[in-house]
Design a protein around this ligand. Structure first.
Ligand code: ADP
Length: 171
């Protein structure tokens, strides 16, 4: 039985096996949650990201890679690249769905039992909050990864928190 949790706050503080980063294709860090994870997690995370870049040239939109979590409470960081909102004209919904599925798949392959997601693409990438929340919640509730026991949505802003709270209660 998989548990869905909702927390308001900073994902770098959450104690789970893996936290997900809303990264960019370069994997070299950026603003928002990406900046926070690298800042708190320390240089080890970037070092592993550079190795992944050398091997496969970054990470495509919708895909995911895994690294150490450095100094964070988590054991791993799963970096996924959300789509940039383009008025719905660039298959954004499918790409965002793939972020959640590919992160869960990678988690499952690495024996991760608890995972926390930020609200991918809803910051700098400008994805409309309600549509993004619907995709996130639908995708994780329909996903079939029996080894993953707990999925936490970590909402940084009040708007996202209220949306997720309402939608999760309706499940
Ligand atoms: P993207 O480029 O995918 O939009 P952002 O990092 O700009 O990535 O935003 C993604 C979401 O992460 C936004 O909802 C933003 O409010 C949130 N966020 C920013 N900092 C943190 C943090 N420390 N913990 C959790 N969520 C965060």
């Amino acid at each position: 039985m998989m548990e869905i949790r909702l927390i308001k706050g900073d994902i770098t503080k959450i104690e789970v096996d893996a936290i997900v980063n809303a990264a960019n294709t370069s994997l070299l860090g950026g603003g928002g949650v990406d900046g926070a994870i690298h800042r708190v997690g320390g240089p080890q995370i970037l070092e592993e990201c550079r190795k992944i870049r050398a091997r496969q040239g970054g990470c495509k939109v919708g895909e995911a890679v895994i690294t150490t979590a450095g100094n964070l409470n988590a054991k791993f960081v799963i970096h996924t690249v959300g789509p940039r909102w383009n008025e719905g004209n660039s298959n954004e919904a499918e790409k965002l769905k793939n972020c959640y599925i590919n992160s869960l798949k990678l988690a499952s392959e690495n024996g991760i039992k608890s995972i926390a997601f930020p609200n991918i693409s809803t910051g700098i990438y400008g994805y409309p909050l309600e549509e993004a929340a619907d995709i996130a919640i639908k995708t994780v509730t329909e996903a079939d990864f029996p080894e993953i026991k707990s999925i936490t949505f970590v909402c940084f802003g009040d708007d996202n928190y209220r949306l997720y709270d309402k939608k999760i209660k309706q499940l």
